[in-house]
Design a protein around this ligand. Structure first.
Ligand SMILES: [Mg+2]
Length: 105
């Protein structure tokens, strides 16, 4: 399934209801799902991690539909068409960056 097809399916099924609930409610649902993902990762429960990742992506796509955002275009421009260095330039506290800096001394 293509990203655009996934987004279109969600739009057709849920956008009307998501509009009634509103973006702030949807944001609270996304936050709740991220919390559930954190718990699954903390307990290293692979099945739950997969389930919660799906929930996070689902709600993120529902929110994108509320704002009329083309997620395929967004993901391509932010993560496919940019280098790893561009994407990670603001990640100051990543351990491999610290390790890299340590080796330079
Ligand atoms: Mg969940």
């Amino acid at each position: 399934m293509e990203i655009s097809e996934f987004q279109r399916i969600l739009k057709n099924r849920y956008l009307e209801k998501d509009r009634l609930m509103g973006e702030l409610f949807m944001l609270s649902v996304l936050t709740e799902e991220v919390g559930e993902l954190a718990k699954a990762i903390r307990y290293k429960n692979s099945d739950r991690i997969a389930e919660e990742l799906g929930d996070v992506v689902f709600v993120a796509f529902c929110i994108s539909n509320l704002f009329g955002i083309d997620m395929e275009r967004c993901l391509r421009s932010r993560y496919v068409n940019r280098s790893f260095e561009e994407i990670s330039k603001n990640w100051k506290d990543v351990s491999w960056k610290n390790h890299k800096n340590t080796n330079k001394k």
